[in-house]
Design a protein around this ligand. Structure first.
Ligand SMILES: [Zn+2]
Length: 371
């Protein structure tokens, strides 16, 4: 067929193109179907994930047990949060059969930078992991202690455009993780959230918030003390592309509020009573703990005397972080708050604001597979 005429070659090219597109579609559908094909028990359980997903047997997997006596204390540059205090235009809650996740359409897409991160990371979605009762449910453990629930707020590195392509880069994602603890009283910030869980009991159901919460309203106040390490997605495909940032201060929910998550159902209509992966070996990794105590071993102020060390000495940055509007859960007016733009070794907030405002928020089907 090498000597075939132009028309034949054109037809061949054209049909080749159609086949290529068809193949891509088939592959996409297949990979999506595969990505959904996992569970937490029996033949689909975590010990079998590696049979279909090579990365799940990798050496830098998550979750891990963090031994607080074996972490390296550091003074990292301040984390810079942007858009965390802005209430989205629309926020939706979806049960995907593995967890319940939240997507938002906001004029200001939340971003996080600084700390252990290089570059700016953009909000993708948030979701939860929990257990059959209040004595376990979190994925990462601290000193062999499991918390009843854990929140994962997933961000992709802005230069990689979206969460899907970010999976191809070792620094593609960061997850802000918050543990939960049981309190005697309901947490009012989660009131509508918990109410909406009743509307998404079955897999693939979605519900819309009447009053979309800002991210700040859903997280803890202390954003200075955190553990950080390099790990993976905790669900297939287990890609080792996640910078984990686990905040020390837990979020408080009542027993009844946590219990509401256990009423959700998986794809087969069974109660989704647990959805956490067992801890994985730490291997050669070192977990860092960010503290506001000055760490002498970290020679950050070698060339900068303390009085000239703004942006390096995290004690000094303590104040702007707390004044940054990501701390107080009671403040409601986004205009009340300022961001720690001074001293942070990152682009100005306004600059990123323009960029992020210009971006259209697209809820990718893929989002539901990053858990
Ligand atoms: Zn997760």
């Amino acid at each position: 067929m090498a000597g075939a005429g132009g028309k034949t070659r054109q037809a061949a090219r054209s049909s080749g193109g159609v086949m290529l597109i068809a193949s891509i579609l088939v592959l996409s559908v297949r990979s999506f179907a595969r990505a959904q094909d996992f569970g937490y028990d029996g033949a689909k359980g975590p010990s079998h994930w590696g049979e279909q997903y090579n990365s799940c047997t990798g050496k830098h997997q998550s979750p891990i047990n963090i031994n607080s006596l074996d972490v390296k204390k550091v003074n990292l540059p301040p984390l810079v949060f942007h858009g965390f205090d802005v209430a989205p235009k629309e926020t939706n809650l979806t049960n995907n059969g593995h967890t319940v996740f939240v997507t938002m359409d906001s004029e200001v897409t939340p971003t996080v930078a600084g700390g252990p991160l290089s570059g700016v990371y953009e909000y993708s979605q948030l979701h939860f992991h929990w257990g059959d009762n209040d004595t376990f449910g979190s994925e990462d453990m601290i000193d062999n202690h499991r918390f009843p629930m854990e929140l994962h707020i997933v961000f992709f590195k802005q230069e990689y455009q979206n969460a899907r392509t970010a999976l191809n880069h070792p620094d593609g994602l960061t997850v802000l993780a918050f543990f939960f603890e049981i309190a005697p009283e309901d947490n009012p910030m989660y009131a509508e959230f918990i109410e909406l869980l009743g509307n998404v009991t079955e897999s693939h159901q979605s519900a819309r918030f009447d009053v979309p919460p800002s991210l700040k309203e859903l997280i803890a106040e202390d954003l200075l003390h955190y553990y950080t390490y390099d790990g993976s997605l905790t669900t297939p495909p287990c890609s080792e592309v996640v910078t984990w940032i686990d905040f020390k201060e837990p979020i408080l929910l009542s027993h009844a509020q946590v219990q509401a998550f256990r009423a959700l159902q998986d794809e087969e209509g069974h109660p989704l009573t647990h959805n956490f992966r067992p801890v994985q070996p730490l291997g050669d990794r070192v977990v860092l703990f960010n503290t506001d105590e000055m760490i002498k071993e970290v020679d950050l102020d070698k060339d900068l005397p303390p009085e000239a060390g703004e942006g390096v000495d995290t004690n000094k940055l303590d104040t702007p972080i707390k004044a940054a509007g990501v701390g107080s859960q009671s403040a409601k007016d986004p205009n009340d708050r300022k961001h720690p733009r001074n001293g942070a070794p990152f682009p100005s907030v306004n600059h990123w604001s323009l960029l992020t405002s210009a971006m259209v928020v697209v809820t990718l089907l893929f989002q539901s597979t990053i858990e």
